[in-house]
Write a protein that binds this ligand. Structure first.
Ligand code: OOG
Ligand code: MG
Length: 257
């Protein structure tokens, strides 16, 4: 318990000071349960500063992400109000440590989802809107290098995210929906929805079912980021990144010079 508090404070300080730290796995963090306890305590730091819980996010749900980060198991984190930016925002380089950005499909829930037996069909029935999302990850670990438990403790590297301007009701086959990621107008990555667990709603179901182990659920009105569809790209100073998802529109973020 002592370690949990110390580790959470270390990650919170790293984010606040924009000073990365050594992975907690090098300091004795080994099991997934303890890692989620650290994550909980870390999120409580944000809530104590006035943030509200507004949803959840999946991490490492596509092969592309797993290969890029060298971790082969999915995980989840929690999303708070202070992470949300309007599409078109330019982020300041002083805000973050070494940000990377990735395209995702976001779900906005009209109804709560409570595990353990949530299915893809349940997720789609409970979804009010879909939106393209840009997820800016900013690992609090040196060199953006971590193990599965490290990334869990660090709340899935969550930093900032943006949704598209239009929220669209679910339609069509999300597994076959195309996603294109552009940097300064050049296509750098692309994927189909199926890149995330065969179907992005499967990632949301996975999250609802995982939360059930902790006696928690996804609430109505929450947003869920289903996980990076492609490898992330560094959010370098001066660049503009746009994700477009067929039938859902676009979302853009930039970084100041
Ligand atoms: C951890 C996972 C973060 C995703 O979509 O895979 C994540 C990381 O890659 O830093 O948001
Ligand atoms: Mg992500």
């Amino acid at each position: 318990m002592n370690d949990v508090r110390t580790w959470a404070a270390r990650l919170d300080d790293a984010a606040t000071a924009r000073q990365p730290v050594a992975p907690l796995s090098k300091d004795g963090l080994t099991d997934v349960t303890a890692a989620y306890q650290v994550q909980n305590a870390l999120v409580r730091h944000r809530l104590s500063r006035g943030d509200r819980l507004v949803g959840g996010k999946l991490g490492l749900t596509s092969r592309a992400k797993q290969i890029a980060m060298g971790v082969d198991k999915p995980l989840y984190g929690m999303v708070t109000s202070g992470m949300l930016r309007v599409s078109g925002t330019r982020l300041s380089s002083r805000e973050l440590i070494h940000p990377r950005v990735e395209p995702e499909i976001a779900f906005v829930l009209g109804e709560a989802l409570e595990g353990p037996d949530v299915t893809v069909a349940d997720v789609l029935a409970a979804t009010r809107y879909l939106s393209p999302a840009l997820d800016v990850i900013d690992s609090r670990y040196e060199g953006f290098s971590f193990t599965h438990v490290d990334a869990i403790a660090d709340n899935a590297s969550s930093a900032v995210f943006a949704l598209g301007d239009d929220l669209v009701a679910p339609h069509g086959d999300l597994a076959l929906t195309g996603c294109v990621l552009e940097v300064d107008g050049q296509v750098v990555e692309s994927a189909a929805g199926a890149a995330v667990m065969g179907h992005p709603a499967a990632a949301v179901a996975f999250l609802a079912n995982q939360l059930a182990f902790a006696g928690k659920r996804l609430e109505a009105g929450w947003v869920v980021l289903s996980g990076g569809l492609t490898a992330p790209v560094p959010l370098r100073p001066g660049i503009t990144v746009t994700a477009t998802v067929s039938g859902l529109g676009s979302v853009t973020l930039g970084a100041e010079q």
